[in-house]
Design a protein around this ligand. Structure first.
Ligand SMILES: Nc1ncnc2c1ncn2[C@@H]1O[C@H](COP(=O)(O)OP(=O)(O)OP(=O)(O)O)[C@@H](O)[C@H]1O
Ligand SMILES: [Mg+2]
Length: 241
């Protein structure tokens, strides 16, 4: 299996007013293309911090992170920005939807930045994504006219816009009812199975976690378990070519 990301002895320390706060310690994880993975753990265990590091939005204070075998710390901020726009789709806890653009325009924007599709194709793709997520009647609404759960789905559609190799999501269904959560996770699974897109998702949604191939559990900033179907993935990972 293709290795897409590798964390070696990753640590994150925040320093405030001269005091060091260790947030993550000795994180060793390898992710392979096509994995469908959940990150779970109590509030404050470091899940969001880890997701930021995985998306190269933040840098570790120790250890190394390699994406596609390239050490992230060696990459220029310009090539990191390009990598993020083209290869990684993010869904944040706070969704950062641009208020001056409609739902449809918000989904189109990353495709304009990537510059790969014609205007017509961008429109079609954005409409398809919003439709799939149950928002066909809200495409021309502005963020202020949308509910929290609708905004969350716009953020998901935007994250998927450029068919990213890797989707990172922080509680993507935190504002959704069970029917819409199911819609989102069913679509994620479909993309994972059809296109081999990799999903790494922080969630407490038990039906998603049950459907996952791999569950990483954090406690106090450490990986306390990394399991797939009862196996320790790290052991399985060592045997992978
Ligand atoms: N600047 C900082 N200084 C000190 N501690 C910090 C700082 N930023 C974050 N933390 C701590 O880091 C820990 C991990 O935070 P993080 O947001 O990663 O947790 P989480 O697992 O995502 O929690 P939740 O489930 O509530 O979203 C928390 O205990 C938080 O208080
Ligand atoms: Mg969090």
């Amino acid at each position: 299996m293709d290795k897409i990301m590798e964390l070696q002895d990753v640590g994150k320390v925040m320093t405030t007013g001269g005091t060091n706060f260790p947030i993550l310690s000795q994180v060793n994880l390898t992710f392979y293309k096509g994995e469908y993975c959940a990150i779970v753990g109590n509030s404050g265990s470091g899940k969001s911090t880890l997701l930021y590091l995985l998306g190269a939005l933040d840098r570790p204070t120790s250890g190394t992170i390699k994406i596609d075998n390239v050490d992230v710390s060696q990459m220029s901020s310009q090539s990191l920005a390009k990598l993020r726009n083209e290869k990684i789709g993010f869904v944040f806890q706070f969704h950062y939807i641009l208020p001056e653009f409609t739902a449809l325009e918000n989904v189109i924007l990353p495709m304009i930045v990537a510059g790969t599709l014609s205007e017509k194709k961008r429109q079609e793709r954005a409409a398809m994504l919003l439709g799939t997520l149950g928002l066909s009647d809200r495409m021309d609404y502005y963020p202020a006219q949308l509910s929290g759960g609708q905004l969350q789905r716009v953020a998901i559609a935007r994250a998927l816009a450029n068919q990213p190799l890797l989707v990172l999501a922080d509680e993507p269904t935190g504002n959704l009812d069970s029917r819409n959560s199911e819609l989102v996770f069913d679509y994620f699974r479909k993309l994972n199975e059809e296109f081999g897109q990799t999903f790494i998702i922080v969630t407490h949604n038990t039906s998603f976690v049950k459907d996952c191939d791999r569950i990483i559990t954090l406690a106090d900033g450490r990986v306390v378990s990394d399991a797939a179907a009862g196996l320790c993935l790290r052991e399985r990972g060592d045997k992978m070519p």
